[in-house]
Design a protein. Structure first.
Length: 68
């Protein structure tokens, strides 16, 4: 039962994160964030998010590269 709760919590966080990424990837949201945060802060955050995405997806890309 405890592992089921952890799995459901992880799934909920994953869905919320996915939805947040989809909303923030729209042009309107990016323009608003750019205006609120400023150019330097926005670009620094964008670089960190892209790095995090690369770090999280490297195992998948590694396995894909090994497959024929």
């Amino acid at each position: 039962m405890k592992t089921l709760k952890k799995f459901l919590l992880l799934a909920c966080f994953g869905c919320v994160g996915f939805g947040l990424v989809k909303v923030l990837s729209t042009d309107e949201a990016q323009e608003k964030l750019f205006g609120i945060l400023g150019e330097d802060t926005y670009l620094a955050i964008l670089d960190k998010v892209r790095l995090l995405g690369d770090l999280l997806s490297w195992p998948i890309n590694f396995v894909k590269a090994l497959l024929p």
